[in-house]
Design a protein. Sequence first.
Length: 263
Amino acid sequence: MGVEFDPNTPNAARMYDYYLGGKDNFPADRAAADQVLRYVPEIPIGIRENRAFLQRAVRFLAEQGVRQFLDIGAGLPTQQNVHQVVAEIDPEARTVYVDNDPQVLVHARALLQDSPQVLVVEGDLRQPGEIMDHPEVRAHLNFDEPIAVLLLAILHFIPDSDDPLGIIGGIRGALPEGSYMVMSHVAVDERPEAAPPVEGIYRSASAQFVARMSSEIEPFFDGLDVAEPGVVNLHEWRPDSPVLAPPLEKVKSYFLCGVGSVK
């Protein structure tokens, strides 16, 4: 279930790029993103924290000996992507990027065509079996050895009707022992009143945003042995530098994340 290229329809990946200050976006993306920012002006901070969490989590897993990474819903390439972070520890580590957006796939393949340790494939998180059984994925990764699956800032685009718990369980069940799952998800506990208008804006975009409370996100980690400090806000997960969002330090739940090993 790929996403057709349409510069006139707001695209979630390109809106994300705009929030990050990137240039791979169109007027429709910027207009929709600016509407969202009226309700949640701190989104760019959260997204930068999400990128920082990705980098810390990948380093942590590489230090645990993981040498295979499967990034589903990878989005447009930016700086310090998964393969670049893990290469600092082991240049032979293997990474697969999966996305269903044609612009993401074109950009990623153009950037990574000369990287033999990196594979880019088309896939949709809503069809986890097709990703986990994809012949190219199976050829690039050894499913007899631990694999880290990254689901960062993507589950909040999976509605309940698509059974996110079932999707996560299907991925978890396909992984060998010693593997990990890394997840992050926006939480609306602190500002539930902003959820309906933001959901409304994303209804006209390429992916539907689903507002969830922390109590609805925490079950996504069921069945995993969650590493310390547990399921926490992005800036609270093993910080290695000053917090990017001082105004959010005291906020209970706004963008939850965690790393769990497969039992």
